[in-house]
Design a protein around this ligand. Structure first.
Ligand SMILES: [Zn+2]
Length: 309
């Protein structure tokens, strides 16, 4: 089959070459501009009978100047009425005059530019200021972690203290009810938990997550405040206790009140189990009697893996 097509193609080529090159170029001669488009905006009303060349040309026709002016005037008025910030009527008028002059010179030109208006300087400045502020408040090299770096925090006893601490205000846009002191490892773990566990578990309930009610953070104390016990991870800036998730409608998902009950209880259980692995220790209601009203998370690492109850 392929051989046959090859033969046909060869025959066609041979015939063409025998016919010889054309004497003149097959390209049509250029038409004079006047023949294509007569000057003036009246062309919109051209009669196809009178100038068939124009019909076959199928070029767009310029809008009549009156329509153009009307469009521009309306646009300017709408922008003004809408109170678009930074809208300068003089600039808009200049731009309109410019495009009208352009349209007058070339009948094919579309007078009204589809280019969006430039952002006013004031708006750009506001956005940049917000960005700078966020960058200034970033800790642990992450703009999602907002707070301040406080460096070395000495402990009352040798086993306490944090070598490179931060005082955290918010995590991925979720505000902490009190500024919490911890190290960057713990701050980053908290961010991961907020994004991967808290936000998905809450979803749109109550309008979504707005904050975390922090029950405890850095504190130089023994485990569960028991005399003679080892120093808690709280005393090393590696732990945080969360008593509730605050929602945008002002309500809460409270560990004390909602654990084991209804939709809020199910969401809390999801957050609790999803914390395992992100944190080295995860404790909550039912784990040891000390965590009935809050979740305890810390970033202590054990050889046996995470400890989650
Ligand atoms: Zn704790």
């Amino acid at each position: 089959m392929r051989v046959m097509w090859g033969l046909v193609l060869a025959a066609v080529l041979a015939t063409q070459s025998l016919a010889g090159a054309p004497e003149t170029s097959p390209r049509p001669p250029l038409r004079l501009l006047e023949a294509i488009v007569p000057p003036g905006p009246e062309q919109a009303a051209l009669d196809p009978e009178e100038s068939p060349a124009l019909v076959t040309q199928r070029r767009p026709v310029a809008r009549p100047a009156a329509l153009e002016a009307l469009l521009h005037r309306n646009l300017a008025q709408e922008l003004k009425a809408a109170g678009v910030p930074g809208f300068v009527p003089e600039e808009a008028a200049l731009s309109i005059a410019r495009s009208q002059a352009f349209a007058a010179r070339s009948p094919q030109a579309i007078g009204l530019s589809l280019r969006p208006l430039l952002r006013p300087e004031s708006m750009v400045e506001r956005v940049m200021a917000k960005r700078r502020e966020r960058a200034r408040g970033a800790v642990c090299g992450d703009v999602d972690l907002q707070g301040e770096a406080i460096g070395y925090v000495p402990g009352k006893i040798a086993a306490c203290g944090v070598s490179d601490a931060v005082r955290l205000r918010s995590v991925s846009g979720v505000a902490l009810s009190q500024q919490a002191v911890m190290d960057c490892t713990t701050a980053k773990a908290l961010k991961q938990w907020v994004n991967r566990a808290v936000k998905p578990a809450v979803g749109t309930q109550g309008g979504g997550v707005s904050g975390l009610r922090v029950a405890a953070h850095y504190a130089c104390r023994t485990r569960n405040n028991q005399p003679g016990a080892k120093v808690s991870e709280h005393g090393k800036g590696r732990a945080i206790d969360i008593a509730a998730i605050r929602l945008r409608d002002g309500s809460e998902m409270s560990v004390l009140r909602d654990w084991g009950q209804g939709g809020k209880g199910r969401a809390l259980r999801k957050m609790h189990s999803a914390a395992c692995g992100t944190f080295g220790t995860v404790l909550g209601p039912g784990s040891d009697g000390y965590h009935e009203d809050h979740f305890h998370f810390d970033t202590a690492r054990y050889r046996s893996g995470s400890y989650c109850r």
